[in-house]
Structures are given as C-alpha cells and as structure tokens.
Design a protein around this ligand. Structure first.
Ligand SMILES: NC(=O)c1ccc[n+]([C@@H]2O[C@H](COP(=O)([O-])OP(=O)(O)OC[C@H]3O[C@@H](n4cnc5c(N)ncnc54)[C@H](O)[C@@H]3O)[C@@H](O)[C@H]2O)c1
Length: 352
C-alpha cells in the first residue's frame, strides 16, 4: 500500500461490514500495521441497506475525523455493497481521494471491483447515484471465498459464466465441462454441492477469476462510460433486474435472477435466429440445472411490463443483449414484445 497506492502512515481507513470484519479485519489490519501504517477502521452493518445516503454521510464524517486528506486511501474490504459505498465516498471526499479494493465475495472479485463504478441506492431505486472512480489497486484472495455462504458464492458465479457467454467461448466451455465431469449430464445439484464444486480446486478458481477479470477489464477499458461495448455486460440483466423488482428484492439474490435472465436472453437469441439451436440448448441445459428459488407467481406479462420500465429503456426502446454465438454478444433495440414474451414463457416452463 505504501508504495503502490500512495498511502502514508496514518492516512488510510479500512471500510468493511460486520460479517467480513469478524473474519478478516484483524489479518488485513495487522499486515498494514506491519508496514508501519496506522490502521483505523469503519465497521458498518452488512447488507444492501448500508449502500445509502445515511451511511455515506456517516462514513464521510468519519473520514474527516480520522484526518484523511486527498492523498489518503480508503480500503474497501468486503463485497459489492462495501466496494460501491466506500468507492463512492472516496470519489467525492475532498473531490476524490485514493481507493484500494479488497473484494471478498466472488461477485465483487470478478465484477464490482473492476470497472470503476461506485454508488449508493436511493429510496426511489438502486444505484441511482454514483460516479466512476477507479481503484489504484485491487487485491483478490480467492481463499476468503471459503467462508462465503454457498448461495452467495453461486450467485457470484453467474457473472463469471456471463463473461464466458458474452466474450469467451473457451471460458464457458471449461466451466461447462468441469460441471459435467462433477455432476453428470442431467443432475441438478443443491447450492451447497454447487458451492463445493466451485471451491473444490482453488487454483482452477483463481484461473477462472483471472480470466473473468481480464474480460471485464478489456470491455470496460474499451468503453469506460457505457456508451457501446460495455452494454453487453448487461446480458441477462434486463430480464434479471425486472425479476428482482417484481419480487421486491426478497426472493432472488442478484446472481440468481441473472441466471434466469440469461436463460431467457439465450432463448430469445435463438428465437431471433441469431444463435444456433444446438448452442442455445447447451447454454440453457447448464443454466437450467443450477439451483434457484421457486418461480411461483411470476407472470410473463408482468415481467415484460417491468422490463419496459427498466432504466435501460432509452428513447422508448428496450435495449436487449443477445448472443450470436457462445462468446459473442451484441445489443438489439428492435426486438418485438412477442418474441420476448415467448422466451420468458419458455424459460419459466423449462424450470416448472
Ligand atoms: N460497481 C459495480 O460495477 C457493481 C457490479 C455488480 C454489483 N454491484 C453491487 O454489488 C452489490 C452486491 O455485492 P455482493 O453480492 O458482494 O453483496 P454484499 O456486499 O452484500 O455481500 C454479500 C454478503 O456476504 C457477506 N460477506 C462478504 N464477504 C464474505 C466472506 N468472505 N465470507 C463471509 N461472508 C462474506 C457480506 O457481509 C454480505 O452479508 C450490490 O449493491 C450491487 O449493486 C456493483
């Protein structure tokens, strides 16, 4: 931190949540202390509610009290909630101070810590306020994933699989064949078993994380402000966000909704004649065996209506990411409602 991230003795603050603090605050603090730094920490409650104005302002005040300056470094130790909140605080504190991300969930390691997006939620909706603020350093240690609940781990894996589907056929193929080797052609594992499979070989997991980070980094470097290519990262997300909103963020973890959303988007790609039937079948077969919460009460028409309200609607058109091959995605804004509706129906029926 001293050399790479511009920190000096006494001018950093670790921001973390209670779950993460219990396990990892001491080891991280003591290694920084060993480097001769004073290491204050702000431990916040865990959960999405912490990504709010209330905790943002509390954190900014704490930064003032700790004497942080523009040269100081905020160390975000935690999942995407802590990364987004602490990153946002770092980006506005004295018009911007340093940021180091130490992501501790799979989602944060492969997704939210890469690309520079930070932000908080408002009562009116998620991620409505934010900035682009790149960290000076991201430290990823896959061994911390061993304490992550299996459902969270599997939810983060959705983004890894997504990176393969939109950009790297080989990455998807490696995941698919490892999954098939472990579970056979038709088995549907529980979240616990799928979690054990993900963690079974840490060097393979590290390799998948590195490949996934490279993909996200390449995409966001090409299009930092989400004007073109970066939109393909939304594959499955327009459907997924609508599912999360319809179920009031209570039933699905984000990644679980994304699995279902990618299933719908894959079927849509085939329906539009862009993705070959056998490729679509490979993708939906894998997505269809991953454990998800029940789909009771989800009505295709309501989901479609919710999608239309999504912020990705620009100029009255719905931007949808579709596949034209495994590893190759593009956005379309000319997709008819019927095709979308049929794809939603098909994906829901596939899981009935
Ligand atoms: N900035 C971006 O580009 C970006 C991208 C995707 C998602 N996000 C945001 O990320 C957030 C979701 O992040 P998340 O899924 O990491 O959730 P999270 O930060 O809430 O973490 C999930 C849970 O796991 C716990 N936890 C974290 N690390 C742990 C560990 N190693 N061992 C045990 N428990 C641990 C946390 O305390 C929390 O209870 C959302 O707010 C979303 O909007 C941001």
């Amino acid at each position: 931190v001293k050399e790479d991230a511009g920190g000096r003795g006494g001018d950093l603050l670790i921001v973390t949540d209670r779950n993460v603090a219990r396990r990892y605050l001491e080891p991280v603090s003591s290694s920084l202390r060993a480097a001769g730094l004073r290491v204050p920490s702000a431990v916040l409650p865990a959960g999405e509610k912490t990504k709010s104005g209330r905790y943002l302002f509390a954190l900014l005040s704490r930064m003032v009290r700790e004497g942080l300056t523009r040269e100081s470094v905020v160390v975000a130790l935690g999942g995407g909630v802590i990364g987004d909140l602490a990153g946002f605080a770092a980006s506005v504190y004295m018009r911007g101070c340093g940021l180091v991300q130490v992501p501790t969930t799979l989602l944060a390691q492969i997704d939210s810590s890469v690309g520079g997006k930070t932000g908080i939620d408002l009562r009116e909706g998620k991620n409505l306020v934010g900035t682009f603020h790149n960290p000076r350093l991201v430290v990823i240690d896959p061994t911390v994933l061993e304490t992550l609940p299996a459902r969270e781990l599997l939810a983060g894996f959705a983004e890894l699989l997504k990176h393969g589907l939109i950009f790297d056929e080989e990455l998807f193929g490696d995941i698919e064949s490892s999954f098939r080797r472990r579970f056979g052609p038709d088995a549907a594992p529980t979240a616990g078993k799928a979690g054990k499979w993900i963690l079974a070989d840490l060097s393979r997991l590290s390799d998948l994380i590195v490949r996934s980070v490279r993909i996200k980094a390449e995409i966001v470097t090409a299009d930092e402000r989400e004007r073109g290519l970066r939109m393909i990262l939304n594959f499955g997300h327009t459907f997924g966000h609508a599912l999360e909103q319809l179920t009031r963020y209570r039933r699905f973890l984000h990644g679980e909704a994304v699995y279902l959303g990618m299933d719908m988007a894959t079927r849509l790609s085939a329906r539009l004649g862009m993705l070959a039937g056998d490729e679509a079948a490979r993708v939906t077969a894998l997505l269809g065996t991953l454990p998800l919460p029940g789909l009771r009460g989800i009505r295709p028409r309501e989901l479609l209506r919710q999608m239309a309200r999504d912020k990705k609607v620009r100029g009255g058109r719905l931007h949808l990411v579709v596949l034209e091959g495994i590893g190759k995605a593009l956005t379309r804004e000319d997709v008819g409602e019927d095709a979308i509706l049929q794809s939603i129906r098909e994906a829901l029926a596939g899981r009935a």
